[in-house]
Each structure stands twice: as structure tokens, then as C-alpha cells.
Design a protein around this ligand. Structure first.
Ligand code: ZN
Length: 433
């Protein structure tokens, strides 16, 4: 459904209902101005002071944590997933409920991921089946691990995919993703894009990037249509997603192409190698319009967060704090540890004696160790509250440090302490996005 006559660079009158105000610019250690900055995003459901860590609530719940606790631990916004909510309970149900926030009893700002990542990763199993940690561009572009069925097929108009729940076939396109995300009703939505992996050839990345550019135009067109036809609803902002893998020219071109379109902000997506994270975010920050927010999809490791902030990312999300909590891993200023260890059985100290979270104010490692060993579900709740607070506070501290002119000292102190701790082989995470 190409919209030949539509000009995606023309803005919509309701876009003024969403705004981003720049605050303090980060100075490099030599005093030069860098890409990092503070700011304030204003949505119909409140403000987000940036840099900010956004709690992930994939299925309209931050796993194991009540929304009241999510607010109390300082999370400013929640990010849900359009793919999961489309399949279950259905975006029409959220629309009838008055939107995501009202449905889940969260009064603050909300985001939805477009579903593109899940359609393609849960469908074809990019993340779970293919090893994304190695960069081997010699393989076939449609590589699927032996014994695994390809469950998603991309064409120029959209994607056919099989539900990971029951195997039913579904279609996502830019227009369908926009309809689904408008019905879900989050304050910030993402354009539908194609996920590639680091294993795709450069030729495929070029082809995919052009498809994502055309899909971005169609997303803006359909977004404006829906904004007009659903005029009584709160304005929902739309972020374009920058792909281009590890190639500088492709990332910069994607930023220029999408940066010229009427997006309210941008997501930096796709496969990233840890060592290139700062460089790639920096390319994007140099090319994208300075007065629009930039969201980095899927990071939570302390070194990655500081690198991303330093290079110009404003918001981040990641499932790790709650995911690792369910495996009894907890963060401390001295690294990540696993509470299932025997040494915690009689450890009557909090998870972290420097933490101000609800869990650390009221509970000991010994008690939560006991709950986990007894398979009591509240252990998930207590560790999840702590882990979310840990990451939220780290980003809040980084924001304050930019304003105070102490960012580089905070970064060095935080990272040197965190990675000097004993690495926990059970708790080690891999990149989630
Ligand atoms: Zn705590």
C-alpha cells in the first residue's frame, strides 16, 4: 500500500502535543562539547527527564512488580511490546480499555516497541537460534539454525509470521503496526522496521535499509491518518528506527533519510556489537536532528549505559533487570551476583547496603535466598524491585552528573567498582537486542 503522494517530511499540527526540551550539554574530559545531553520529554501522560532508563513491561506488566512499586522505585515510563499485545489479548482490548496505561494501572508515560523485532526474532529465531555474537558475513542471508523452522518471511510490503503462541499465521506491515500501536495507545510508538543480524551480507543490509526507509514513510503516512481519524485520543508520538548494522555510511544515510521525515524522535536499533556501541550511537547523534530524543533499544549493562549516554542516547530499555532477577541474580555496585549461592544462607545484610529501594530497606539476602530456594514467587518481586531501582538510579545519577559537570568522574568510579567485582558465571548476560 504505497502512499505515492504523501510527503513524509511535512509535519502534523498535533505534533506540538509532544515535545523534547534540551538541557545541559555534556563536556568531554578536555572541555569540548560532546553529544551527550540532558533533556525533558513531555508526553500527554507526563514528563521524562533524560537520560532515563525505561522499565520494560512487555505484556503490559513489568514482570513480578506492581505498577505502584514501579513508580516508587523511580521508573519514569514503561515500554510494552506491540507484537505480544497484538497476539494476546489483542490491541482492540487495550483500545476498549482506554489504552495501555489505563489497562495496566500505570499513569505515567508509556512506549510500545513496533513488533518488528519480535516478529522477526521470535518468528525466524534470529536471537534464539542464530549466534549473534560472532560477525561472519559470509553466511547465507536467510540462515536459520539446523533443525529450526523459519517462521517469518519478509517481503517489500511487510512480514508474514507464525505466532509463537499457537502457530497461527499473521501479517504485519507498516500500516498494521501503526493501527495496532494506535489501538494500544502508548505515548511513544516506533516505526515498523526490518531487523537484520550482523551475519547478513552488506548487500542484504543495503536492500533491507531501503525497505525500512520506505516502511518509515508509510508509517508516518498511516500514523497521521490515524491521528486524524482518532482525533479524540491523546496524541501519540512516533519514533523512526535507525538501522544499518555496523556500517558507518549506512547508519549515517539512514539518519539523514529518517531525520528528514516528520518523526517525533528516533530509535537506534539493530544488531550492535558491544565494542561498537558508542561509535554507532555517536554517528547517529551527529546526523539526527538535535532537538529530537533518541532511544537506544535494549541495553542495561553499566558500561554500555555510560557509553550510550556519553555518545548522545537519551532513553534506554532492557528486560535484563527483571529477567535476571527471576534467576536470582542481583546487581550491586561491585558487580552482579547470584543469590542462590550457599554463602547467602545466613547473610543478614541487604542486597546492597548502598541501595535505597524498598527491598533493601526491609529484607535481607538470607531471607530472599530462602524464598528463592523455596520457590516462593515473592523472591522474584523483591529482586526485580532492587534490580530495576539499581539501573534506574544509575541513569538518574548520570543525568545529575552531566548537570553538575562530574559525568566522567562518575563513569570511571561506577565502572571501575562494578567490573572489579567477582564476575558471576551464572548471571552473565548477553546482549538482548
Ligand atoms: Zn535495593
Amino acid at each position: 500500500m504505497p502512499h505515492e503522494s504523501f510527503d513524509a517530511t511535512e509535519s502534523h499540527s498535533r505534533q506540538s502535543e509532544f515535545s523534547f526540551e534540551l538541557g545541559t550539554r555534556l563536556r568531554g574530559s578536555d572541555g569540548s562539547v560532546s553529544n551527550g545531553r540532558t533533556g525533558v520529554i513531555t508526553t500527554p501522560h507526563g514528563q521524562i527527564k533524560t537520560p532515563a532508563f525505561i522499565a520494560v513491561g512487555t505484556k503490559a506488566t513489568v514482570k513480578a512488580i506492581l505498577p505502584e512499586s514501579v513508580a516508587q522505585l523511580g521508573a519514569q515510563a514503561v515500554l510494552a511490546n506491540a507484537y505480544h499485545l497484538y497476539l494476546q489479548p489483542g490491541s482492540d482490548v487495550l483500545d476498549a480499555a482506554g489504552g495501555l496505561g489505563r489497562f495496566m494501572n500505570w499513569s505515567g508515560p508509556t512506549f510500545t516497541d513496533s513488533g518488528g523485532f519480535q516478529v522477526m526474532s521470535l518468528g525466524s529465531g534470529f536471537k534464539k537460534v542464530i549466534d549473534m555474537s560472532s560477525v561472519d558475513q559470509s553466511g547465507p542471508d536467510d540462515a536459520v539454525a539446523p533443525g529450526k523452522e523459519r517462521l517469518a518471511n519478509v517481503d517489500d510490503d511487510g512480514v508474514w509470521f507464525k505466532s509463537h503462541l499457537n502457530g497461527d499465521m499473521h501479517r504485519f506491515s507498516p500500516e498494521i503496526s501503526m493501527k495496532v500501536q494506535h489501538e494500544i495507545g502508548a505515548d511513544i510508538m516506533f516505526a515498523f522496521d526490518e531487523l537484520t543480524t550482523l551475519q547478513n551480507s552488506r548487500g542484504y543490509q543495503v536492500e533491507s535499509l531501503e525497505r525500512t526507509r520506505l516502511w518509515a514513510q508509510r508509517c508516518v503516512a498511516e500514523h497521521f491518518n490515524l491521528t486524524d481519524t482518532r482525533a479524540s485520543k491523546d496524541y501519540q508520538a512516533l519514533f523512526g528506527v535507525i538501522q544499518g548494522a555496523q556500517y558507518e555510511d549506512l547508519r549515517r544515510q539512514a539518519c539523514r533519510d529518517l531525520g528528514a521525515m516528520s518523526f517525533d524522535g528516533f530509535g537506534i536499533g539493530g544488531a550492535l556489537e558491544k565494542e561498537n556501541l558508542g561509535t554507532i550511537v555517536g554517528w547517529c547523534a551527529e546526523e539526527l536532528p538535535e532537538n529530537k530524543p533518541r532511544h537506544l533499544l535494549g541495553i542495561s549493562e553499566p558500561d554500555d549505559i555510560f557509553t550510550a549516554i556519553e555518545n548522545g542516547a537519551d532513553t534506554f530499555d532492557c528486560v535484563s533487570p527483571t529477567r535476571v532477577a527471576r534467576n536470582s541474580a542481583f546487581y550491586t555496585p561491585h558487580g552482579r551476583f547470584n543469590l542462590s549461592g550457599r554463602r547467602y544462607k545466613t547473610d543478614f545484610t541487604p542486597l546492597s547496603d548502598e541501595c535505597d529501594c524498598y527491598t533493601c530497606q526491609h529484607y535481607t539476602r538470607a531471607y530472599i535466598h530462602h524464598l528463592f530456594k523455596s520457590k516462593e514467587l515473592v523472591s522474584h518481586t523483591l529482586i526485580s524491585i532492587h534490580n530495576e531501582r539499581f539501573v534506574v538510579k544509575m541513569v538518574d545519577d548520570a543525568r545529575q552528573a552531566i548537570e553538575d559537570g562530574t559525568f566522567h568522574e562518575l563513569k570511571e568510579w561506577t565502572i571501575s567498582r562494578y567490573y572489579a567485582g567477582q564476575p558471576d558465571p551464572q548471571g552473565l548476560q548477553t546482549s538482548t537486542r
